[in-house]
Design a protein around this ligand. Structure first.
Ligand SMILES: [Fe+2]
Length: 384
């Protein structure tokens, strides 16, 4: 947590924010001389796709649309996207959608030239470069993937999500337009918003925390505490949607230089094996991991509690515990209820899940407390 520790923020350029920001996408691509865009998206946002294609056409850019993601992306689906992009002769890639869509777009742009295969680049700093321009346009407020150097795919063979981390995955341009998020259903608003909250909390209370990132993290927590329920209760509340999109962006800014920790590590097996949506998996585990971590840094967790709106009493531990109760109350108010068993996970699965979580060392190494396999087992039991 030293101010002198060097950190690198790759993701501070090329960000357009506000109503109409999406217009910057075709402008930026035309300036780069692009004429054929590969658009990764989903059928849920087909009206937004139609509008984007019209704007691209106005700038002389043709487009091939790939919208075959069933849920969170698998290696097989990624291969299909990459083959389609190559077949159509794309000279740029656009991701229009949530985190899954943007992660696929990022990896297609990075691996398009065939120099490396996906298996070669899973892990940290293994990507040699990226030849195709890349624009990301989020339609959810959660992953912050539009500004992160991270992409996650599910490896169906071992039922675990695998991450690629490289500065070459950071999009050239991110267009953040709150109007694009208003049609998000309540459940998606809740789960993605709680994911963004988890990014901010795990980056603030982290072995690699840094004062530059702390500012984004605390502001993100404050914005989510004040706006998530509003956005859930009234999807058309544009100021709340804008605040959530900003919070998601701040969470994304935390992920490159600091990243997350044990909540995300333990959430991976819930997604990989049981297909629990990423944000829900985090929301289920967050209070339990925080209670486990609390003793390692009560003062840090008390600062998070203050950002959540808890009035400080001078007793850090008590304030931090009140903060966890606030998070639980916010989740309930947004309709996120029930533990792992509500998603079909029984206690029989816990030993396998605890062993799988232990393999996510790139995140566990960042946690403020060492998490043993037995600790993971107990946290899963508490979250059942
Ligand atoms: Fe996340």
């Amino acid at each position: 947590m030293s101010e002198t520790r060097p950190i690198s923020l790759w993701n501070v350029g090329g960000v357009h924010f506000g109503q109409g920001a999406v217009a910057q996408c075709p402008i930026g691509l035309a300036e780069r001389g692009c004429t054929r865009a590969f658009v990764v998206t989903t059928p849920h946002v087909s009206n937004l796709v139609a509008s984007l294609l019209a704007q691209l056409a106005e700038r002389g850019i043709a487009a091939e649309v790939w919208d075959r993601l069933a849920a969170e992306p698998t290696l097989t689906e990624f291969d299909d996207a990459l083959r389609t992009a190559r077949a159509c002769g794309a000279d740029c890639v656009i991701g229009l959608g949530g985190g899954s869509v943007m992660d696929v777009a990022k990896l297609v742009a990075a691996l398009f030239d065939g120099r490396q295969q996906i298996e070669d680049v899973i892990g940290v700093d293994r990507l040699a470069g990226r030849t195709l321009p890349l624009v990301c346009i989020p339609t959810t407020s959660g992953t912050g993937s539009e500004v992160t150097p991270i992409a996650i795919l599910e490896d169906e063979a071992d039922e675990l999500k695998k991450g690629t981390v490289s500065r070459h995955l950071v999009p050239d341009v991110a267009c953040l337009d709150p109007e694009l998020t208003v049609s998000m259903p309540r459940a998606v608003t809740a789960s993605t918003g709680l994911d963004a909250m988890t990014h901010c909390i795990e980056a603030f209370a982290n072995r690699f925390a840094h004062p530059i990132v702390d500012s984004f993290a605390l502001e993100g927590v404050r914005l989510i505490a004040a706006n998530l329920q509003r956005a859930c209760d009234d999807g058309g509340d544009l100021p709340a949607r804008a605040a959530m999109l900003r919070a998601s962006y701040y969470g994304g800014l935390c992920l490159g230089p600091v990243n997350t920790a044990a909540v995300h590590a333990l959430a991976y097996p819930l997604g990989g094996r049981f297909h629990v949506p990423h944000g829900i998996a985090n929301a289920i585990l967050l209070p339990h991991v925080l209670r486990f971590n609390l003793e390692a840094a009560p003062a840090r967790y008390a600062q998070i509690a203050a950002a959540l709106g808890v009035e400080r009493t001078g007793n850090d531990l008590r304030d931090a515990e009140t903060g966890i109760e606030r998070i639980e109350a916010l989740s309930r108010a947004c309709g996120v209820t029930g533990g792992m068993s509500a998603h079909g996970i029984s206690s029989n699965a816990i030993p396998h899940m605890a062993a799988a979580a232990m393999t996510v060392t790139r995140l566990l190494d960042r946690n403020l407390r060492v998490v043993t396999e037995e600790d993971a087992f107990r946290i899963y039991e508490a979250a059942l």
